[in-house]
Design a protein around this ligand. Structure first.
Ligand code: SF4
Length: 322
């Protein structure tokens, strides 16, 4: 949770999570939907899915405990070099290096790194230095000390070099070029993708929800169905194609409810939402109570894990009743 948000924001999530899943075995025994529901609103849902898979592996292979050695940690889903190093060193006091934003900045200044820290060359250098400097006597304190040095002294702007305990080893300071480091990577403009979303209601006002594929963006979450128009397709044509794919008919020519937008890591997504009153087909209710499509009654919707974008679309629908 703290890899993606501030302590203040994460705390209520963490408390609810620990109440719902007090230990690894409880996470492992839960179904994916319960795990995603507890994570709902935090974003980056692959983390929740990986946590769930990792808990199952810990139960199967590590007696329901978090392993303390780097190699076993790296074998768990969702645990990369940074997380493994943080758990091994801070949790178990094992000699494992870590490079986070703070440590990367401190080392980039001390060694006057001439590559952006996130570049492959930058990463290679930083991890090499973090490993070479690491003390075997107390790796926990060393790593935490380096993190704190970055957070409190070697700050991104206006570092307090006069108070810095490692100032005499610092190449950036010696060269009088502290503000030059770390080098920045030029930012990329995130592309805008557009789509249409259908908020389909049946005659009992149940809402049609579709479950996303288990992997990838919002994997395993539920949502009102949407798609991106094909090349040259208008919004309305895309909507009609979506309804055809769902096997649905609509009584009236639907008017848009409005637009919802969400910024993701690699792109921005803008969906035009339509309220659809579906008419029953001769074949009866089109979706079973299991599988990737459901009619959800108003009282049931809260039990489904939905991405923030879907919540925004539902709020739009509430603002535009009828
Ligand atoms: S001397 Fe300044 S730039 Fe160098 S590590 Fe210390 S705070 Fe950072």
């Amino acid at each position: 949770m703290l890899q993606q948000t501030q302590v203040d924001t994460a705390l209520p999530y963490f408390e609810r999570w620990m109440e719902r899943f007090p230990d690894v075995a409880a996470v492992a025994a839960a179904d994916q939907q319960a795990v995603l529901k507890a994570w709902e609103g935090l974003g980056y849902y692959s983390r929740a899915r990986n946590l769930h898979r990792a808990a199952r592996e810990m139960v199967a292979r590590h007696g329901g405990e978090l392993p303390g050695d780097l190699q076993s940690l790296l074998g768990l889903p969702g645990i990369g070099r940074y997380t493994a190093g943080a758990i091994a060193s801070i949790g178990f006091n094992r000699p494992a290096p870590i490079v986070d934003g703070n440590i990367g900045r401190v080392l980039a200044r001390i060694f006057a790194l001439e590559h952006p820290p996130r570049s492959p060359e930058g990463q290679r250098n930083l991890w090499g230095w973090a490993e070479a400097l690491l003390t075997r006597r107390n790796p926990r304190d060393f790593n935490q000390g380096l993190m704190e040095l970055g957070a409190l002294v070697c700050r991104p702007r206006s570092p307090a070099c006069g108070d810095c305990p490692v100032a005499r080893f610092c190449a950036a300071r010696a060269a009088g070029r502290v503000s030059h480091y770390p080098l920045t990577t030029p930012g990329k403009e995130r592309p805008l993708r557009e789509g249409v979303m259908a908020l389909v209601r049946d005659e009992q006002s149940n809402l049609l929800l579709r479950r996303r594929e288990p992997r990838g963006l919002w994997g395993g979450l539920w949502e009102p169905p949407w798609l991106e128009p094909d090349k040259g397709e208008t919004t309305r044509e895309a909507l009609m194609r979506l309804l055809r794919e769902l096997g649905l008919k609509t009584a009236a020519d639907p008017a848009p409810l409005g637009v919802v937008q969400h910024d993701l890591t690699h792109f921005r997504l803008k969906l035009t939402c339509f309220g659809i009153a579906a008419i029953a087909t001769a074949a009866g209710p089109p979706f079973a109570s299991s599988g990737p499509m459901r009619w959800a009654a108003a009282a049931e919707i809260a039990a489904y894990p939905l991405a923030r974008l879907s919540h925004k679309a539902l709020a739009l629908e509430r603002e535009n009743p009828g």
